[in-house]
Design a protein around this ligand. Structure first.
Ligand code: HEM
Length: 316
């Protein structure tokens, strides 16, 4: 998943060593996220009393720059060369995320993004799109291992297809949606700030107050969902479910409204393709010594406390 996101971000394929370097700086950032969060609460105060931690934070950021920036600049040079070539030889190339950032002009400020901003946006793209999708995939596969009859019904839908055409596979979509409802990778959205005094559900929320939403509880509300803790993709069959929240909210694994996850389309596509191909090529069986255990554990996302261990038997 990470290598795929790196390819989408920087364009041309990087070698294994480069991917490992990117993975190292990004993973370290994720793992230290909680430790540095406090610096953000009272920056003026913590700059005085937590100087060591600030230094550590800047050092990690510097090292991230040292790895990501050369890749961005190399891509910039390559795109410029290719653009020249294209004019001469009409050659085409696939756009990467970095290309779009290099082209972007901020309309209000009438300026291009600077290097620091591009590094941050690449980092956000890589971190935002890897753990979330990989976690969701693991939960979905765990439920398919635990429920062989659901896996079999899905296999019936995907087995004949030469290529996976997700729009013709309603049960596949239902399996992915049920996975996201029952096990959203994030149990909360990112913190949101209120722009004016307001009242929500009878509670006064003051201007600048921080609020969040209980994503997992919403998707497991027994007043909205029948048998909410059961894994039943059938509940999504024949029913158009809108997960963007534009027509009411029954589940919101990607958030809702203006700050909804910008990777929603990509994530759904990745999940559908991965699940379909994994089930098409292999039968996923439970291993006696490693029974599927759906206990949750909070890391950067809410992951399986005991990661899935299954036997993948090639389909003949
Ligand atoms: C199953 C996969 C994913 C899930 C469940 C997920 C979920 C979320 C959630 C809940 C938020 C916060 C929304 C809010 O605060 O209201 C978010 C934000 C974000 N996601 Fe995703 N996401 C996924 C995949 C991706 C992918 C593939 C990308 C990009 C490649 C991505 C990039 C982002 C970014 C950049 C933000 C921050 C947006 C902002 O600050 O406004 N996500 N995501």
């Amino acid at each position: 998943m990470f290598a795929l996101l790196v390819l989408m971000c920087f364009g041309d394929k990087l070698d294994e060593k480069q991917i490992k370097q990117v993975e190292f700086v990004q993973r370290r950032q994720l793992l230290t996220f909680a430790r540095f969060n406090i610096l953000n609460l009272w920056p003026k105060l913590t700059r005085l009393v937590m100087r060591k931690r600030w230094e550590e934070f800047f050092q990690i950021r510097r090292e991230q720059h040292e790895v990501l920036l050369p890749l961005i600049l190399a891509r910039k040079r390559m795109v410029e060369e290719r653009k020249k070539k294209m004019e001469e030889e009409e050659e085409e190339y696939v756009q990467s995320y970095v290309d779009t950032l290099l082209d972007l002009e901020l309309p209000e400020e009438k300026r291009k993004l600077n290097e620091d901003e591009i590094v941050s946006l690449c980092s956000e793209f890589l971190n935002g799109g890897t753990d979330t999708t990989a976690t969701a995939l693991q939960w979905i596969m765990a439920n398919l291992v635990k429920n062989p009859e659901i896996q079999e019904r899905l296999y019936e839908e995907v087995k004949g297809a030469e290529e996976i055409e997700v729009e013709k596979m309603p049960y596949l979509k239902a399996v992915v949606l049920e996975g996201l409802r029952r096990h959203p990778p994030g149990h909360f959205v990112l913190p949101h700030s209120v722009t004016e005094d307001t009242v929500l559900g009878g509670y006064k929320v003051p201007k600048k107050g921080t609020i969040n939403f209980m994503v997992a509880e919403i998707g497991r509300d027994p007043e909205v969902w029948k048998e909410p803790m059961a894994f039943k993709p059938e509940r999504f069959m024949g029913e158009e479910v809108d997960i963007t929240g534009s027509r009411g909210i029954k589940m919101m694994p990607f958030g809702a409204g203006r700050r909804i996850c910008p990777g929603i389309g990509l994530a759904m596509l990745h999940l559908e393709y991965y699940v379909a191909n994994m089930v098409k090529e292999f039968e996923w069986k439970e291993v006696q010594e490693h029974k599927v255990d759906l206990t949750e554990k909070l890391e950067f996302t809410v992951v399986m406390k005991h990661p899935l261990k299954a036997r993948a038997v090639p389909r003949t």
